[in-house]
Design a protein around this ligand. Structure first.
Ligand code: MC0
Length: 152
């Protein structure tokens, strides 16, 4: 391991794992029936081209929580639809929580990773999000998320 300090990205936790699915209701039913996870929030995000559900996995002692985010595409040219065509259903991205998404993105960008959003976009439940290029993150599409009214 390198002894060079990493960037001061200010990440606090794993916020969610995003999972691409073709049928959101069937996917929700699987996670409820198999693990007992319940839907905490559901919405359509037209900008991102998804219908999505947040299933709470656990709370954390910092006031945050960790979720599974189930993502069904709403249009064929969306990133999730392209992903499904290419890979089928499965893990689409991971997301790290932060107190300040713009500062975190700046720090990660300064470390040489392409930040895909020049300005934070609107994520689930009023959160502010940016994506990092998967080719700079070991093949993992990575999101940074600042929750709306985040207490952590
Ligand atoms: C694409 N690639 C991925 C990937 N998507 N690798 C890992 N995980 C993924 N999810 C790879 C492809 O296999 C390809 O590799 C290369 O990246 C280019 O992909 P492309 O689809 O041909 O081309 P692009 O450049 O048009 O799009 C890829 C890119 C895009 C990641 C930049 O999908 C993007 O901007 N994504 C961020 C937005 C997003 O995903 N939104 C949906 C979730 P090869 O080797 O073939 O070159 S919205 C969300 O999650 C919100 C609601 C929230 O959390 O609140």
């Amino acid at each position: 391991m390198s002894d060079v300090p990493g960037p001061a990205a200010g990440l606090t936790r794993l916020d969610h794992v995003g999972i691409a699915c073709r049928d959101l209701d069937a996917s929700i039913a699987f996670y409820r029936r198999t693990y007992g996870f319940e839907v905490e929030h559901e919405e359509v995000n037209e900008e991102q081209g998804v219908r999505e559900a947040m299933l709470r996995v656990n709370g954390t002692d910092d006031g945050g929580a960790t979720y599974l985010q189930l993502l069904e595409p709403t249009r064929p040219d969306s990133p999730v639809a392209k992903f499904l065509d290419r890979n089928g259903e499965g893990v689409h991205h991971i997301a790290f929580g932060t107190h300040g998404v713009a500062d975190s993105a700046g720090a990660v960008g300064a470390a040489g990773v392409r930040v895909l959003d020049a300005e934070p976009r609107r994520g689930t439940h009023g959160s502010r999000i940016v994506f990092l290029h998967p080719k700079d993150c070991g093949g993992v599409l990575t999101e940074l998320v600042e929750s709306c009214g985040q207490a952590d």
